[in-house]
Write a protein that binds this ligand. Sequence first.
Ligand SMILES: [Zn+2]
Length: 454
Amino acid sequence: MRFAPLHATALAALLWWSMRPAEPASAGEPPCPSVPDDATSPKDDAARPGSDLLYRRTFLGDEALRAPWIELRGVEVPIERTQPGHGVVVRAAAGGSLRIAPEAALPMALVDRVLLSVSAPTAMAVEFELVDASNGARTYRRIALAQGAQLITIPIADLHYDRGRVALPSRSTRWGLRFVDGGELELRALEFRGDHQLGADDRELATLRDDFDEPERVRMHRRGAFVVLTDAPQLDARAVLDAIDAMERRTRGALPSMPAPRRAVPLLVFADDAGYRRFWQRLSARAGVSVVPRSQDEGYTWMGIASASYSDEYGAVRPTYVHEAHHALLERSYGLAAQRSWLFEGLAVLEQLAVSRQDLTPVYHRGLRRADAASHVHDLVTGQPISNKNYWQAAMLVQWLLADPGRAAALDATLLEMAARGSTDLVPLAPRYFGADVRALGREFWTWAWQQWG
Ligand SMILES: [Zn+2]
C-alpha cells in the first residue's frame, strides 16, 4: 500500500532533529555490546526446585576435549596441567575460543538456564556463547569469573546478540566459551536445565515485568502479537493497542512478505522517564552489558523490546509508542535488529506520523535546502546507524520507495534478503532488486524530492 499523504502542521520533534547541529557519529550509534569491567557473575540458583537436567557435559581429563566435537581457536590443552579426577585445564590466548558440538541436538526449546562449573587460578572474563545454526551468529553473555572453583548460572533470557544478524538461543546447535582475557581455566562441567511450566513468551514477559521498579504494579494487555506492559496508571492500553494494531496492518500492506513475528512483541510504557531508564540499566546489567537510552531518546528498542515513558502531550497514544513498536515488530518478524538504520527509522518515522497526523512538509522543505554532500543517499543506506538529523531524509526516501508499486514490491523482496544478510545495507542489493545502483536511485530520488517538496 501507499502511505497516506502527510497532512497539516509540522512534527515538532522532527523539526527539532532537523535543526540540531550535526553530532559526532559515535553519539548516534547503537548500544555497543562492550561490557563494563565490573560485570558481576550471575547468582547461583542451581538448586531451584523443579528444574530438569536436559544436557550435561563433563570434562574429566583431556579426552573430553578431543575432536570431532570440539573446535579450539587460540586455546590449547596442556596435558601436564590436567590432574586425574579434575576437570580439563585449557590455556587460552585473549580472544581464544572453544566450541562444542554435542553428539545429539541440544533441547534448546526447553532450556532456560545454563550452569557452568569451572575453577580459575585468577579472576578472568569469559563469554558463554550459543551458536545459532541457521546463520552462524551467536547469543552470549560475559561472565566475570572470580578466583577459585565456582558454579555460574546463566539464564538463557540474559543472553544477547550483536548488531546484524539476529541469533536465537532456540536454534543453537553448539555452545562455547570465548576467552576475553588470556589465561588458564579448569573446565569441570556444563549443564543445561529448564523448567517447563512456562512457555518462552511467558518467561520473557515475566522477566520484563520483574525489571520494572515495582513489578506488582505492572499491567499486561495482549492483542495479537503485541503485549503492552505498563506501570503508568493513566495509560489507555486499549487505545495504544488499537494504534499499534493499525500500524501492523499498514506495515503488512506495505511489506506483504513480512514473516509473522516469531515471538510476542512487547511494548513497555513506563510511568516516568526515570523508571524507563532504570529498567534498561537493570535489564542490560543482567545481560552483562550497559545499554541506556541517550538523553534525547524518547523511546528505545533493544532485543526486540520496545519501550517509552508515558506522556499525554499528544493524546492517549504518544507517537513514540508506535515508532518503537514498529522497530520491535520488524526485529521479531524479520530477525533483523533495528539499530537506527535508514530503513527502520524511515519506516518508523512514517508510522509515527500516521499517529501524530503531523506533516513533514516544512521539515522536508527545510531539509532539502540544507541538504549537501553529507546527504548522499549512498551514505545513508549502508545499514550503519544514522543520526537523528538524517531521520527526515530516511523518511522521505522510504516514502519515495513506497510511492511507486514497482519500487514498493522491490523493497518488500529486498527486506527478506537484508534479513538473511543481517544488514539493511542497500548498496549491494539495489542493482538486483531495483535495476539501478544506489547512486542512480539517489539521483532519481532527489529529482522527485525537489518536485514534491522543494
Ligand atoms: Zn527509531
